[in-house]
Design a protein around this ligand. Structure first.
Ligand code: KIV
Ligand code: ZN
Length: 512
């Protein structure tokens, strides 16, 4: 059986989705979960892009066991050296070097001739190969490149030490038959010992289909991202690629993937929570309706035999109903133990804070499910290590005939600050009071509310994207009370903005 390597780029291309900005702790948590999921390669980031990216890649390389850890790099030596510095602590480090080969990119973006691009590719790959034998090369915008020129560049990459050749459909221009042929052409015309890889974007909604056509044509690595995150319309969705190959062994004969599919749903939820990108209900494999049957005829069929209307077993992708795990009498030990069993690792202060939040919620909610616990942990991780402001108290008043008002008390390290505000509704009043107390006056770009589980005491999960001084940050809050969840989410975003403003300018200096 041939293995199709799953190369996850959630933390690199996925993080380039508009508005996503993950902290080091959040990236580590996602990387740990990707390792549990069993992906073969984690592309942890683009180390030269910013200090934050560098630190995240380095932290992942040091801590995450199992997958290859890759860092992206342009061909310049400064880029390659920085990428190596970040990934070198991994047990299996990879440097992923790229340069564009399409006429439009070479002329308009790089302002380089074909010969210059060839020289750059050869030198960049050779520099990377001087550090590690695991070097990947990508001709950016490959699907819009002259195929023979692209193959010349690929040959130079192999001759200088590249062992994986990735063919990006950077702008999602390809269609399956054509992209499959492109992959075959590369295999037939570039000589040497390498694995060919797909990297497809979803501008025409064809990223998964194109990637699978690539596999059918001989690609043995697929670059993809959880929930299909990525630049613009995103990358091929990892969960769809994996389940297509697993579900259709008749079509993908002789190839398999290493992924532990039971971890797919949890990975999807974690990424959704930490990025603030919700998963559409009818999303294949991980959407909440992926295994829901509405019509009577379908329900009848599924009750008689699940396979009448289901080609995937929900349990095989971890989509079975969340079990009840803890209640208000559970102690710290049981709490920590349960998180550990779920594969969620929290330590020190973060564990204590999550336990305090759990106790508060358990007082208001009879049953705490796995999904609730995941939400609490995601909120704690989203809060990051150092919060400038903590929520001490929130009092809101409102009704159909009075102007809603809110009073908030925050602790800011040196003492307490409080403020009152009114608003269009109780959520608006609470957020305005936090803005007044913290001094961070942001503009709300996005506001999403969802319920973690069902029932009147369900946890409300709120994600707010806030913008201030040209910077944007997402915050998340969970509570049985939607106003409190919103206030927590707002404060979480304020803390991130305050942190960025103080000492962590996270502007990308470059981008692919
Ligand atoms: O889409 C693309 O071309 C990329 C490369 C950097 C691989 O993301
Ligand atoms: Zn890409």
């Amino acid at each position: 059986m041939d293995t199709v390597r799953i190369f996850d780029t959630t933390l690199r291309d996925g993080e380039q989705s508009p508005g996503i900005s993950l902290g080091v702790g959040e990236k580590l948590e996602i990387a740990e979960q990707l390792a549990r999921l069993g992906v073969d390669v984690i592309e942890a980031g683009f180390p030269i892009a910013s200090q934050g990216d560098f630190e995240a890649v380095e932290a992942i390389a040091r801590a995450v066991q199992g997958p290859v850890v890759a860092g992206l790099s342009r061909t310049g030596f400064k880029d390659v050296d920085r990428a190596w510095e970040a990934v070198r602590h991994a047990a299996r480090p990879r440097i992923h070097v790229f340069i564009a080969t399409s006429p439009i990119h070479m002329a308009k973006k790089l302002r380089m001739t074909e010969d210059q691009v060839k020289a750059e590719a050869a030198a960049g790959v050779a520099r990377a190969a001087s550090y590690t034998p695991d070097v990947e090369f990508s001709p950016e915008d490959g699907s819009r490149s002259d195929v023979d020129f692209m193959c010349e560049v690929l040959q130079l990459a192999v001759d200088n030490g590249a062992t994986t050749l990735n063919i990006p459909d950077t702008v999602g221009y390809g269609v399956p038959e054509e992209y499959g042929k492109l992959i075959r052409y590369v295999i037939d015309h570039v000589h040497g010992d390498y694995v060919v890889s797909t990297h497809c974007h979803d501008d025409l909604g064809l990223a998964v289909a194109n990637s699978l056509a690539g596999v059918a044509a001989g690609a043995r690595q697929v670059e993809c991202a959880i929930n299909g995150l990525g630049e613009r319309a995103g990358n091929a969705a990892l969960e769809e690629i994996v389940m297509a190959i697993r579900t259709r062994p008749d079509f993908f004969a002789g190839v398999g993937v290493n992924v532990r599919t039971e971890e797919l749903a949890r990975t999807s939820r974690l990424v959704s929570r930490l990025t603030g990108y919700s998963v559409q209900h009818n999303k294949a494999v991980v959407g909440r309706n992926a295994f829901a049957h509405e019509s009577g005829i379908h329900q009848h069929g599924v009750l008689a035999d699940r396979e009448t209307y289901e080609i995937i077993d929900a349990a095989a992708v971890g989509q079975e109903a969340a079990q009840i795990v803890l209640g208000k009498h559970s102690g710290r030990h049981a709490f920590g133990d349960t998180l550990e069993k779920m594969g969620l690792r929290l330590q020190g202060d973060a564990l204590n804070q999550a336990f305090t939040r759990f106790k508060e919620l358990a007082d208001r909610k009879v049953e705490i499910t796995e999904a609730d616990l995941e939400a609490i942990v995601a909120e704690e991780l989203g809060a990051g290590a150092v919060n400038r402001f903590e929520l001490v108290d929130l009092v809101v008043h409102g009704g159909t005939s009075s102007t809603p008002t809110a009073k908030v008390v925050l602790a800011d390290g040196s003492g307490k600050v409080e403020a009152e505000a009114s608003g269009n509704g109780m959520v608006d009043a609470a957020c305005s009071a936090i803005a007044a107390a913290s001094g961070v006056h942001g503009r709300v770009l996005d506001f999403k509310v969802s319920s973690v589980t069902s029932g009147r005491d369900a946890l409300g999960d709120v994600v707010i994207r806030l913008e201030a001084d040209g910077r944007a940050a997402s915050g998340r809050g969970v509570s049985t009370d939607i106003v409190e969840a919103s206030a927590r989410a707002y404060l979480n975003a304020v803390n991130k903005l305050a942190r960025v403003g103080e000492h962590e300018p996270r502007e990308r200096t470059v981008g692919p």
